[in-house]
Write a protein that binds this ligand. Structure first.
Ligand code: FEO
Ligand code: CA
Ligand code: CA
Ligand code: CA
Length: 602
């Protein structure tokens, strides 16, 4: 065994074998251990009681870490020699049927579920860089952002008729955030979080506004039934028609100021945002990439009007309020007849081509014929339809590498690709019935803000050992870890790509996991599995601090197909109680660290 370290990364490990989807364990490489950082229900403030399965309450949950942590970001606190950090996590949704004992009152189900949504900020501490982090109860930066928190709308939709309700006749202040999926850490230290499946929280009429295009068409009753108690979740009620228009944005939170007002930036459009990630362009403008996570939806790019100013945090925090919005069109360079709907390469040996960023908003005005600026931003999907953007296989995370400046886009899967009446396979979405997803590499060719780009497919996922049609940039397919349903992407300090997955059990039959992908050199396309999450869990929010040989993941919805009486997972405590979504940290085992001092990096 010779642990590898592509690009000179300090993080050396031997890939783990894939883990069967029935296994309720978190599996890490030989020589590493995992540690619980924080679990659902762990209190952030000492005025709340300790979590107790049998005595849950909304009051406890409001002062404790929420459910289904998805994105997380961990920033070291300056001047603490690496001993303290501030962590942000979002709480995408809830699984009431495994969280709450049978017999919990309907009112408690609603209130505890609502309090388990939202965002958390929590300070962490550790003895030194080789030790795991733990949360600091009552730390000054600790914060829970709940459904009664006021968010300020920024950008052209702030104050517009499309977002006014009877509770907010000015259309500027929204209560809460919903469906927060992935996110990004900005160069100025704030956090972006994507409001994704907001539609599932509302009743709505398909004939009103953009409701149909966004799936706000439920007239029967939502899964959580919040509309039974709070009228604003039934947008058919007079005065609440626009409530769903106030969700579906990129949210920005300043974790360093617990009194700051979180904001929703309407300039980045309204969609089922997976998240957003920023890179500063060559001319100083902030460039944000964001995907709309649904089958046949689009990839978007925002370019700020103003320029980033190093050190001027107050100014930088305004950058997402004003700028141009684009949507991507991908054009393949091989004949359409050569795209067979499998992972079989066309005759030029690559799935690749050129792309255009088509303007939706330019210089503060609508760039789409027949759409006002307000219409583009509240019904961004329809505007993108109108300009002929390329329908993609569910755009999840899209993140630029700060090492190479190339951008990586996870297309998680799309089983309807090529189905009757649906878009056929094309060079950027080359596999029909795309069960396992693919990853696209975008090169802005030296100008991040430009309106053209080059692209190629880095990998088409699957398990070659099971005969799946796959592609790994030419790396031998019998030497990769099988991978399915790429969701979140991240980078280590030397620019290796890390991919976490959501949906592998339904694809290749293994538990979801975290994978490192080599991007440069002869081993480009090599996929190595670093960890596997417990049964029915999704691997989210990877944070790779490879200089510390430390990796964090959010384990979301472990055991989600169970019930309270029939739990499918007991992670992370394995003490007979049900699962608790948890942020974990993986570190080399202390006292048993593999000695690789004789190995030269890379
Ligand atoms: Fe919440 Fe797009 O995954
Ligand atoms: Ca080609
Ligand atoms: Ca996701
Ligand atoms: Ca997903």
């Amino acid at each position: 065994l010779k642990p590898s370290a592509p690009g000179g990364s300090k993080l050396r490990f031997d890939a783990i074998a894939p883990v069967e989807h029935t296994v309720d364990e978190l599996t890490v490489p030989e020589g590493f251990d995992w540690h619980t950082v924080i679990r659902w229900g762990d209190r952030l403030f000492s005025d709340a009681p300790e979590f107790d399965w049998a005595k849950q309450s909304a009051e406890q949950q409001k002062r404790a870490f929420g459910y289904n942590n998805d994105y997380s970001a961990i920033q070291e606190q300056p001047g603490t020699a690496g001993k303290k950090a501030v962590m942000f996590a979002n709480h995408e949704y809830t699984n009431e049927q495994i969280m709450l004992p049978e017999g919990t009152s309907e009112d408690d189900v609603i209130e505890i579920g609502m309090a388990a949504h939202g965002l958390s900020v929590v300070e962490l501490e550790r003895k030194n860089r080789t030790c795991p982090y733990s949360p600091i109860v009552d730390a000054p930066l600790n914060r829970r952002i709940l459904l009664d928190e006021v968010f300020e709308l920024t950008g052209p939709l702030a104050g517009s008729d499309a977002v006014k309700t009877k509770e907010d006749p000015e259309g500027r202040r929204v209560l809460g955030t919903l469906g927060n999926c992935s996110g990004g850490l900005t160069p100025w230290g704030t956090i972006l979080s994507g409001e994704e499946n907001f539609h599932s929280y509302f009743l709505g009429s398909a004939s009103y506004g953009s409701n149909k295009r966004y799936g706000v068409t439920n007239t029967e009753g939502t899964a959580r039934g919040w509309e039974k108690k709070y009228d604003r979740f039934d947008s058919r009620i007079d005065g609440y028609e626009n409530e769903p228009n106030r969700f579906g944005y990129i949210v920005e939170v300043d974790p360093w100021d617990p009194t700051s007002t979180p904001r929703k930036h309407t300039s980045l459009g309204r969609l089922k945002h997976e998240g957003a990630n920023i890179i500063i362009g060559e001319d100083g403008r902030a460039v944000a990439y964001t995907g709309d996570d649904e089958a046949f939806e689009y990839l978007y790019k925002f370019v700020s009007a103003d320029r980033y100013c190093e050190g001027d945090r107050a100014h930088n925090m305004t950058l997402l309020e004003k700028g141009d919005l684009y949507v991507a069109r991908f054009t393949g360079n091989s004949p359409a007849a050569e795209i067979t709907g499998s992972a079989e390469l066309p005759s030029d040996g690559a799935f690749d081509g050129s792309g255009e960023w088509i303007a939706l908003v330019k210089d503060g005005e609508s760039a789409v014929e027949g759409f006002t600026l307000e219409e583009v931003l509240v019904n961004t999907r329809a505007a993108a339809d109108a300009v002929g953007a390329t329908k993609m296989d569910r755009p999840e995370d899209v993140e630029p590498s700060l090492v190479s400046r190339k951008v990586y886009m996870a297309c998680t899967k799309n089983s309807d690709r090529g189905a009757a009446g649906k878009a056929p396979a094309d060079e950027a979405n080359p596999r029909a019935k795309n069960r396992d997803g693919h990853v696209i590499e975008i090169d802005e060719l030296g100008d991040q803000a430009s309106q053209t780009f080059a692209w190629n497919i880095l990998l088409v996922a699957g398990d070659p050992a099971q005969g799946d049609p796959v592609y790994f940039s030419g790396f031998p397919v019998d030497k990769v870890s099988p991978i399915s349903c790429p969701d979140n992407v991240a980078f280590d300090s030397v620019g290796n790509l890390w991919i976490s997955t959501d949906g592998a059990p339904g694809g290749i039959g293994y538990n979801d996991g975290l994978f490192r992908v080599t991007l440069e050199g002869e081993e480009r396309g090599r996929v190595e599995q670093f960890l596997s999450v417990p049964r029915e869990g999704e691997t989210c929010g990877p944070v790779v601090h490879d200089r510390d040989e430390s990796v964090f993941v959010s384990v979301q919805h472990p055991g989600e197909d169970g019930t309270f009486a029939d739990q499918h997972s007991f992670f992370p405590d394995y003490n007979g109680t049900g699962p608790r979504p948890t942020v974990v940290q993986v570190l080399p085992r202390r006292g048993n660290r593999p000695d690789h001092a004789d190995q030269k990096p890379g």
